[in-house]
Design a binder for this molecule. Structure first.
Ligand SMILES: Cc1cc2nc3c(=O)[nH]c(=O)nc-3n(C[C@H](O)[C@H](O)[C@H](O)COP(=O)(O)OP(=O)(O)OC[C@H]3O[C@@H](n4cnc5c(N)ncnc54)[C@H](O)[C@@H]3O)c2cc1C
Length: 459
């Protein structure tokens, strides 16, 4: 079968077809559900669970505000079914819609390259004049002794389990461990997090990671700087994890194990090299400034390229690649220099954009950093907040921001103010003084932090 456009992966890849392509024959190959990781087992279900967890957390902490409340029982199957009752039909209708279009064929199966711009799926060969690789990433399973002999979960399966774990053991200390640990602890499970590093969320600015680790130690059993010696079945239903760290060796037993030790791109499973597509040393598809791989006519986007592993960045890639497919003589840059923002929807929330302080030091750029506590802002008093803060890193020469980091309630929303400022090229002075901040909204903590930075930069 020959097509004008072959798309592998119906996550972000499913958004590539545009009305201008109605005259093209398009083949979409998907081995699982339409909507990909984000819709089916990533961003969307995890945030729906997180909202339920937050409702329970608010009830649990109501007493601080003079309200007597009891969190009561958690009906896990009801929470789970509400989430997937909403999501699963969206995935199914996405597939049905594509199948209904006259110029699009949907191929449900595993694609593998067998030649230049040619894949095989369910025994059929498909050659695309243009090919878009959008096959995403999968959970990395570390080589731990005994791991493959026990029934462990990854983020793909844990959100669909039958009952709330009594004791969830999580391997890993990144955003998935932080978000899902938050969900299960808030809903009533005991949670142990075992991490190789000495802090959680080590990709964040060090001040944020340190604060998050301190606060997490109050909620979770944290085993940091850990080496996992062995994982094995314990009694009838439990799993035992043997770990060693600076405090010695111990055996942790729980009834559920989540492996959240990172994600690896799927280029190898697609055998992209057979199609002439180069991978880097970390298995990521190599692309040029316009999203082209090393194989002529083959483009790549999202997690298979692995620059960010964030849905909004995969969506941004889609917009560029769609344009570039349609306008080969007027190519857009895949990376237009705008900093990629992100959030971690754990508790407390984290939002960040641009350089961390350590990155500013490593890059040798002139910089000034300030932190400012939520406790200084009127809404921080309303929240009874004593642990949240905004950290800003400014460039004293240009008067602009290098980076911004927030840990605390609404961090994912607050950071957007600063993302917008950075994307529009605003100076710290313009951001601080060029607009009127609503009183006494939480955004005042950002205003105060910006004024503090302006002062510290001597501007
Ligand atoms: C638990 C979790 C929470 C997350 N939360 C957030 C968040 O809050 N915000 C955020 O921005 N990002 C989040 N992410 C990341 C986000 O989900 C990904 O960055 C995004 O889904 C990447 O999109 P993609 O299209 O590149 O890949 P995917 O969405 O993974 O799509 C790839 C598709 O390709 C298919 N495929 C793979 N191999 C083959 C093959 N050989 N043949 C056929 N089909 C194939 C897959 O089945 C899949 O449907 C989260 C991820 C996880 C795991």
């Amino acid at each position: 079968m020959d097509v004008d456009l072959l798309i592998i992966g119906a996550g972000s890849g499913n958004s590539v077809p545009a009305p201008e392509m109605d005259g093209w024959r398009i083949a979409i190959v998907e081995r699982s559900s339409f909507g990909g990781t984000c819709l089916n087992r990533g961003c969307i279900p995890s945030k729906m669970f997180i909202y339920a967890a937050e409702v329970r957390q608010i009830v649990r902490e109501a007493e601080r505000f003079g309200i007597e409340a009891s969190a009561g029982a958690v009906h896990w199957p009801a929470i789970r079914d509400r989430v997937f009752g909403r999501i699963d039909p969206i995935a199914a209708s996405g597939a049905e819609y594509r199948k209904s279009l006259p110029n699009i064929s949907v191929h449900e199966g595993d694609a593998r390259f067998v030649g230049e711009r040619t894949i095989e799926v369910n025994g059929e060969r498909i050659t695309g004049e243009r090919v878009v690789l959008a096959a995403g990433a999968r959970s990395f399973i570390p080589p731990v002794t005994g791991l493959n002999d026990v029934a462990f979960h990854t983020s793909d399966s844990i959100m669909r389990i039958e009952e709330l774990p009594r004791h969830l053991i999580i391997l890993g200390g990144g955003f998935i461990a932080a978000e899902l640990g938050h969900v299960f602890e808030a809903l009533g499970s005991k949670v142990t997090i075992i991490n190789r590093g000495n802090a959680l969320l080590q990709q964040e600015d060090a001040d944020i990671s340190t604060r998050f680790t301190e606060l997490s130690a109050k909620r979770f059993d944290l085993v940091l700087g850990a080496t996992i010696n062995e994982v094995r079945n314990h009694h009838r239903k439990d799993i035992a994890v043997e770990v060693t760290n600076a405090n010695g060796s111990r055996t942790i037993t729980g009834d559920c194990l989540l492996v959240a030790t990172g994600r690896v791109p799927n280029g190898d499973e697609l055998a992209v090299k057979v199609g002439g597509v180069a991978l880097d040393e970390r298995g990521r598809v190599v692309i040029d400034a316009y999203g082209r791989t090393s194989a002529p006519g083959v483009w790549a986007l999202g997690d298979i390229v692995g620059r960010h592993q964030l849905k909004h960045m995969a969506n941004a890639d889609v917009r560029v690649i769609r344009h570039n497919l349609l306008h080969p003589d007027d190519l857009w840059l895949i990376d237009d220099g705008r900093a990629a923002p992100h959030a971690v929807f754990t508790s407390p929330q984290i939002g960040a954009v641009g350089l961390t302080e350590a990155q500013a030091v490593a890059a040798g750029v002139e910089h000034v950093a300030v932190t400012h506590d939520y406790a200084n802002a009127a809404f921080g008093w309303a929240l009874e907040d004593t642990t949240s803060f905004v950290k800003l890193i400014g460039d004293p020469t240009t008067g602009r921001l290098h980076g911004a980091h927030v840990i605390g309630p609404q961090a994912a929303n607050l950071i957007q103010l600063l993302v917008q400022g950075m994307h529009l090229g605003a100076t710290v002075e313009q951001l601080a003084k060029g607009q009127i901040y609503i009183h006494p909204a939480l955004t005042e903590v950002v205003e105060q932090a910006l004024l503090k930075l302006l002062d510290a930069m001597g501007r």
